[in-house]
Design a protein around this ligand. Structure first.
Ligand code: XLS
Ligand code: NI
Ligand code: NI
Length: 439
């Protein structure tokens, strides 16, 4: 491994300095050792760097060439190039104090079209990553396979109408799973980037979804028989790149997992901007997953209210995240996952510091949100107001209804006897003010 400070020269390890600090390269809220609700911030938040945005994204957009130019891209040999990129990634993560990272196979090393050669490349980088993990203590939160960028996947991967393409997807997942297992990866993610349709005119939706389920089953079986103990996550997204993706939102994915017997091994990875693209709040998607006991992990980012696509901006909305942390804390935290920054700096953010500012801002916002949410839960009447709202179901006829011992005729007789109910305020503005009071 090369010298540990090569790519981000002049930037020291980022420290916690507290809210009085005006140092843009310091944490103001994220004191990783601070204990909140019985755990340190580090243990609660489990921050991860997304390899693809931070070390593969080059600032290019449909209208323009790359703006983020990385020195390792000048290295001709794909394995050497990938190692230099990995040196930069671990330097960055170590300086930030990020405990985890996440990758797709092709983020780690460039792939060609030869299955065996791709496996060889990924194995070489897996061994290299192992050295870096051991030296730094940084762990793999999850691995995944990119089954959406290559031309062969233009009609889908596991849902491709051509079995030959599906088999290639299987080869990629097998290699990515092997890498994840070898690196002690805690989870494995499936985001179905092309698993959906562009037009129903050429699509057998039922057959495609059955293929997707079978693909997940054989992937799970392979991982389990090779010692993988972690969770598999499905990441819902309603559209982009396809017009309609099968993993539309939390509710859709939960129904799919239930239908295909996958609830035991799979849970959900909820992404902020995917929720909003589905026409939901992030909080809604978290709550649906939490209520099903399937809140696995999150991909942290934010969208843009004026744009209808996955802009993957770094999170900075303290109100949104405080409401999110209320749900996550009440659910007892993530089931195996953490907070992966699936976010990218803007095309015109071209200083080496920009990537630090982006992560520091995201980490501080989450830390502040967690602290505020814990205070709301511990010190306010937030929970009481909600439970009191349902008090009529705690005893008497309401309780009997929940227990299933009342019939429709009983409801009629109870209503006739009791007369018109008194109206009860939902107190929304009171609660909104309460949240702001703790931020
Ligand atoms: C794309 C997804 C992707 C997944 C990993 O919108 O968010 O980045 O998180 O394949
Ligand atoms: Ni994502
Ligand atoms: Ni996304």
């Amino acid at each position: 491994m090369s010298n540990s400070s090569q790519y981000f020269k002049g930037i020291e390890k980022i420290k916690f300095e507290g809210i009085q600090s005006d140092n843009p390269l310091a944490y103001r809220w994220y004191d990783e050792q601070r204990v909140v609700a019985g755990k340190t911030l580090k243990e609660h938040l489990r921050f991860a760097c997304a390899y693809w945005h931070s070390f593969c994204g080059n600032g290019g957009d449909p209208f323009g060439e790359p703006t983020h130019l990385f020195s390792w891209n000048e290295i001709a040999d794909p394995v050497d190039r990938a190692k230099a990129k990995m040196d930069a990634a671990f330097e960055f993560m170590s300086k930030l104090g990020l405990p985890f990272y996440c990758f797709h196979d092709v983020d780690v090393v460039d792939y060609g079209n030869d299955v065996a050669e791709n496996e060889r490349r990924l194995q070489a980088l897996t061994a290299y990553a192992k050295q870096h993990q051991d030296a730094s203590g940084i762990q793999l939160l999850w691995g995944t396979a990119n089954l959406f960028s290559h031309r062969r996947y233009m009609n889908g991967a596991a849902t491709n109408p051509d079995f030959a393409v599906l088999a290639h997807a299987g080869a990629q997942v097998k290699a990515a799973m092997d890498a994840t297992i070898a690196l002690g990866g805690q989870n494995y993610v499936f985001w179905g980037g092309r698993e959906g349709y562009m037009s129903l005119l050429n699509t057998n939706m039922k057959r495609e979804q059955e293929h997707l389920a079978r693909f997940l089953q054989v992937s799970r079986d392979y991982a389990r028989s090779n010692g993988f103990k972690g969770k598999f996550f499905i990441e819902p997204k309603p559209c982009e790149p396809t017009k309609h993706q099968y993993d539309y939102d939390s509710a859709t994915v939960i129904g799919f997992l239930r239908q295909h017997g996958l609830l035991e091994d799979f849970s959900l990875n909820i992404e902020v901007n995917h929720a909003t693209l589905a026409g939901h709040t992030f909080q809604h998607e978290l709550q649906v997953a939490a209520d099903a006991g399937l809140l696995g992990s999150i991909d942290a980012n934010r969208g843009d209210y004026q744009n209808g696509w996955d802009t993957d901006q770094f999170p900075n909305n303290i109100n949104e995240l405080t409401e999110a942390m209320l749900i996550i804390l009440e659910a007892g935290g993530f089931k195996g996952g953490g907070i992966n920054f699936d976010a990218k700096i803007r095309r015109n953010s071209t200083d080496p510091q920009d990537l630090f500012h982006a992560h520091i801002g995201g980490m501080d916002t989450f830390a502040r949100a967690l602290i505020a949410a814990d205070a709301i839960l511990q010190q306010s009447d937030y929970k009481t107001i909600r439970s009191n709202r349902y008090a009529s179901f705690d005893n008497g006829n309401g309780k009997a209804f929940e227990a299933g011992t009342l019939k429709l005729e009983d409801l009629r007789n109870i209503a006739a006897a009791a007369g018109e109910p008194a109206v009860a305020s939902g107190r929304q503005e009171y609660l909104e003010n309460l949240v702001n009071r703790f931020i």
